[in-house]
Write a protein that binds this ligand. Structure first.
Ligand SMILES: Cc1cc2nc3c(=O)[nH]c(=O)nc-3n(C[C@H](O)[C@H](O)[C@H](O)COP(=O)(O)O)c2cc1C
Length: 192
């Protein structure tokens, strides 16, 4: 798949639509190396990738079950635990910030977000699919992932093989794009 095809056809698939196989070790290495190529102000590489698969997915399902036992109804808890336990592979992309640096925290977090997107795109280009979920890094998760207090989870990326593929309908860039010059000011794309 060429790069433009990959960009145009990537879409998210809910965890329930992701089945085995997950990427193998060699494919995971390609996906993660692709994440290392993102624009990165100051070349700080302000991220950490934590791969969860096989036994890790089982362990995570047990933790999720314990954690949400009180707060979720039995039905919602069962379906959430099933969803996690059947996810072929997960990547926690965490920030690894350098504070008091001339590169702002925002720039460092944006580089980490770009790494998340490269992961999803590379997985897609290799024939896999995925979805990006956010996650509150509460104390339990922070402890498990050994996060510094300033860091967080930028994305929980679930990746596997899509049950079936389909294209998403996309809005036109033209609705989001203006041109600017001093004489004309801002003009919408369709007016030029
Ligand atoms: C930072 C970030 C966090 C997200 N968190 C969630 C989430 O927690 N739950 C969710 O359903 N979608 C979440 N999404 C959105 C999906 O990953 C997905 O992009 C969205 O449903 C649109 O689908 P598409 O990627 O096919 O356009 C998040 C996206 C981003 C960029």
């Amino acid at each position: 798949m060429d790069a433009i095809d990959a960009l145009m056809s990537r879409r998210s698939y809910a965890r329930g639509n992701l089945i085995q196989p997950a990427p193998n070790k060699e494919q995971i290495e390609i996906i993660l190396q692709a994440a290392m190529t993102v624009p990165d102000h100051g070349n700080l590489k302000p991220w950490r990738f934590i791969l969860v698969q096989d036994q890790g997915i089982e362990d995570l399902s047990i933790l999720v079950k314990q954690k949400y036992a009180e707060s979720l109804s039995k039905e919602n808890l069962d379906s959430f635990v099933k969803e996690i336990s059947e996810t072929p592979m997960m990547l926690f992309v965490c920030s690894d910030l350098t504070l008091e640096h001339n590169v702002t925290v925002l720039d460092q977090q944006l580089a980490g977000a770009a790494a998340c997107e490269h992961i999803l795109l590379a997985a897609h280009a290799l024939g896999f699919a995925g979805i990006w979920h956010s996650s509150e890094a509460d104390d339990d998760l922070r402890h498990l992932l050994n996060l510094k207090k300033e860091d967080g989870v930028l994305g929980v990326l679930s990746i596997g093989t899509p049950k079936r593929t389909s294209l998403a309908k996309r809005r036109s860039f033209a609705d989001f794009t203006q041109t600017w010059d001093r004489d004309n000011g801002l003009k919408t794309w369709s007016d030029i």
